[in-house]
Structure formats: C-alpha cells, structure tokens
Design a protein around this ligand. Structure first.
Ligand SMILES: Cc1cc2nc3c(=O)[nH]c(=O)nc-3n(C[C@H](O)[C@H](O)[C@H](O)COP(=O)(O)O)c2cc1C
Length: 169
C-alpha cells in the first residue's frame, strides 16, 4: 500500500509525510501519482475537507484500489463528523478516518476565506460566549478559527497507524 494525498494549504501533506515516514510507506501527491502509481494499486488516500467532501477521493476511488481514506479538516473530531463523512463520500469497502489539520486563512482566496468564516460563525460565537468555561481544547479551537493555526501532531496518527498494522498481519 502507498499513500496518495492532495493538499491545498499543506496540512494534509504534513500528515501524509509523517505517516509515510513512520510506517515506511511511499508517499505521492496526486500529481506525482499520475506517473508514479499504477492504476489499481493499493492506496491509502488523504485529502482536505471542502464542504464535507474529501477533495479528490472520487478520482482516487476510480483509479486505485482504495484501502482506506482520511479526511483532514478544521472541525473537532467526533462520531457525528465521521458519520457525516461516511454519508457524503463514496468509499466502497474501506474505512474513513478523520484528522484535525489546520486553518490557513492567508493561503486561501478571499472568497473561500469568507465562505469558511460564514460557516464557522455560529461555532465561533458559541465558543466565545462560553468565556472562561471553555476547555483548553475549545480555546485552541477558537484561536485557530479566528487567526489560523495548526493542530497537526504525530500522536493524532495513532488510530490510523494501529489500523495499518492490523492490515499487515
Ligand atoms: C472552501 C473551504 C471549505 C472547507 N470545508 C471544510 C469542512 O467542510 N469541514 C472541515 O472540517 N474543514 C473544512 N475546511 C478546512 C480545511 O479542510 C482545512 O483547513 C484543512 O486542514 C486543509 O488541508 P490542506 O492544508 O491539506 O489543504 C474548508 C476549507 C476551505 C478553504
């Protein structure tokens, strides 16, 4: 199995490269995979979330044997989010994972920035209204939603790494 990823602002790329290094797997961007990964190859696909859709997953499912998928977004991880991803993304016979990546408002166009700010408005307001009752995780979430930042960490890959180890036995 090789890792194929798409990344607009770099967070998914960071995770893909970390995972590849840790699991000794080859890592290809979608562009590199054009020549580097033959059709039908076993692939773990990673892509950024865009309005609930994992960017590039449809093309990956068409071209490769997708064994697992990971969406990278800015929302807090939850079972609800995983259920929504399973509904919005067609990935036959493979699990979908989720990782919190980051938010880079200065790396996206003003239109996309506006769209995201509109979607996250009620979430930001709810977090702001909590004041000192915010958990440290919620405070970080609010700060990143307001100013941008990253959640990328090696530890977050644990669930995917355990799953990968089980695939090999
Ligand atoms: C237009 C747009 C739509 C987005 N939609 C979602 C979304 O539905 N859910 C989510 O959690 N994050 C969403 N995000 C945030 C990105 O998925 C997040 O910043 C991700 O880490 C980007 O990964 P990348 O740096 O690899 O491109 C959206 C971002 C943009 C610009």
């Amino acid at each position: 199995m090789v890792i194929v990823y798409r990344s607009n602002t770099g967070f998914t790329q960071e995770y893909a490269e970390m995972l590849g290094k840790a699991e000794k797997m080859k890592v290809f961007s979608v562009a590199e995979a054009e020549d580097g990964v033959p059709p039908g190859e076993n692939v773990f696909y990673m892509g950024p979330l865009m309005a609930g859709h994992i960017s590039g997953v449809d093309q990956a499912v068409k071209k490769f044997t997708v064994k697992g998928v990971c969406g990278v977004g800015m929302s807090l991880a939850s079972q609800q989010l995983l259920d929504a991803l399973a509904k919005a993304n067609y990935v036959p016979n493979a699990p979908i994972f989720y990782l919190q990546g980051g938010w880079a408002p200065r790396k996206v166009s003003w239109l996309k920035r506006r769209m995201v700010n509109m979607v996250t408005k009620s979430n930001r307001e709810a977090l702001q209204a909590k004041g000192s009752r915010r958990t440290p995780e919620e405070s970080k979430q609010l700060d990143i939603l307001l100013h941008g930042g990253s959640w990328v960490s090696f530890e977050r890959l644990d669930t995917i790494r355990s799953w990968m180890k089980r695939q090999r036995v």
